[in-house]
Design a protein around this ligand. Structure first.
Ligand code: ATP
Ligand code: MG
Length: 419
């Protein structure tokens, strides 16, 4: 009996009822053809002229509906990559496993993807999705997306949204809900936990209770994720204008400790938690301000800041007057990096940058002429000075040095501009 029930269950799960969209005419103030990038529209119209279906999908629509400026306009279609390529001269097919097409306009590149299916994609024995590379229908494409709010499709020709998952309702009620079974979707791809935190921070949305519960149970799965993907997410969490909210959200969800366990130790240590928090808050505030002003932010600086307090703690017993102080300080810095590598492996170039920024903190304490000269010429001088200023703002007793080096850098700038 059990055997037959198992087979019936399996068949039932394979024959999913066909998802039906609700066709919504969007609020013209938020989404209308004029809100879509003209080149993205041209690509869609070209595909439609060749009798393919084509839509704007995902993040851009969510952002427009929440009055946020979209970063990019992604396009999906039922045309295959080769069919897409034939229609556009600038198209190049990229990706090894799942091929997508980049179509270039004068200044922008648009991602044009073929509807993708999860159905026969393989998962390993832990449920982790190892392949996600079959073409499918629009319904399949909906089911492989993460949250309902990220699964809207817009046809600019008909001015119509296709809503398969009550996405419009969830956007209105500011909810982050998973498509499908939450636990399985996190097993398939644990990065979705960070994405939930990021969406909640970026949009000020509430995360559904089942997602919160699943994150608390499954957060350690993030240990299996490649460093490239984790770094990419960390960058998006902290360098896209909502760093402060990301920090709070990651902390509330227990995800910060998974990414930065050493910094978490400082945040949980009664003796230094307040100072660490003040420092991180100030760092996030600065990052958000820089983003608002369209200023660049480097990965090395981000990690040098996020790991500053663990380094401070590890070196608190060293005495700056000791002869080998600098050596011991940098040895402690190496240890911090090595420990961090266990959770989030950083490329060599970024590590060199972090160490350089930390080393500058030592140089800033010196006033010998040749050190001052060397420090001002360092390629990481700006980033190092930013960390020094941040430390001063977060009440470290380095105000005097911060003012002095700020002054020296302004003198240098005005003398180079004058030349
Ligand atoms: P943003 O552009 O603000 O970073 P986004 O949601 O647009 O956010 P992208 O990485 O651009 O994020 O992804 C585009 C779309 O692809 C998403 O809206 C979502 O539908 C889908 N997507 C991205 N990552 C995943 C994932 N890990 N699992 C399932 N679907 C995903
Ligand atoms: Mg996007």
């Amino acid at each position: 009996m059990g055997f037959i029930t198992n087979i019936l269950d399996r068949i039932k799960s394979q024959v999913q009822p066909k998802l039906k969209p609700t066709f919504v005419t969007p609020d013209q103030k938020k989404i209308s053809p004029k809100h879509i990038h003209p080149a993205a529209k041209r690509i869609i119209f070209e595909l439609q002229k060749a009798n393919f279906d084509a839509y704007i999908v995902g993040g851009a629509l969510r952002d427009l509906l929440t009055s946020t400026k979209p970063k990019d306009f992604d396009i999906v279609t039922n045309a295959t990559p080769n069919q897409i390529k034939k229609l556009f001269r600038s198209a190049i097919i990229i990706g090894r496993r799942f091929k997508i097409v980049h179509v270039r306009d004068k200044h922008h590149t648009f991602e044009v993807a073929t509807f993708r299916s999860n159905r026969s994609g393989k998962v390993d024995q832990n449920g982790f999705r190892t392949r996600d590379n079959e073409f499918g229908t629009i319904q399949d494409d909906v089911l492989r997306r993460d949250f309902t709010i990220n699964a809207l499709y817009y046809d600019p020709k008909e001015n119509q949204l296709l809503d398969f998952t009550h996405a419009c309702d969830d956007i209105k009620s500011k909810r982050i809900s998973m498509i499908g079974k939450t636990e399985e979707r996190f097993k398939e791809d644990p990065v979705r936990m960070l994405r939930a935190a990021r969406m909640a921070a970026k949009l000020n949305f509430e995360i559904d209770a089942d997602i919160l519960e699943a994150i608390s149970q499954q957060k350690n799965l993030l240990a299996n994720i490649s460093s490239d993907r984790l770094s990419f997410e960390v960058q998006k969490l902290f360098y896209t204008g909502h760093a402060r909210k990301s920090l709070d959200k990651l902390n509330a969800l227990g995800l910060f400790s998974v990414l930065f366990p050493q910094t978490q130790v400082c945040l949980s240590d009664k003796r230094v938690q307040k100072q660490t928090q003040t420092f991180l808050n100030q760092a996030c505030y600065n990052a958000d301000q820089r983003y608002l002003k369209n200023k660049t932010l480097s990965s090395a600086f981000l990690y040098a800041v996020l790991l500053w307090w663990p380094l401070k703690q590890a070196t608190r017993k060293l005495r700056p007057r000791d002869r080998d102080y600098a050596k011991q300080f940098m040895a402690a810095a190496d240890n911090i990096i090595n420990e961090q590598q266990k959770t989030l492996k950083l490329p060599r170039k970024i590590i060199e940058g972090i160490l350089h920024i930390w080393q500058l903190q030592l140089s800033f304490m010196k006033s010998d002429d040749y050190i001052v000269d060397r420090t001002l010429k360092s390629p990481r001088f700006r980033a190092g000075l930013d960390l020094l200023m941040l430390r001063a703002h977060a009440n470290e007793p380095v105000w005097w040095q911060a003012v002095k080096w700020q002054g020296l850098s302004s003198t240098l700038e005005s003398s180079t501009t004058a030349k």
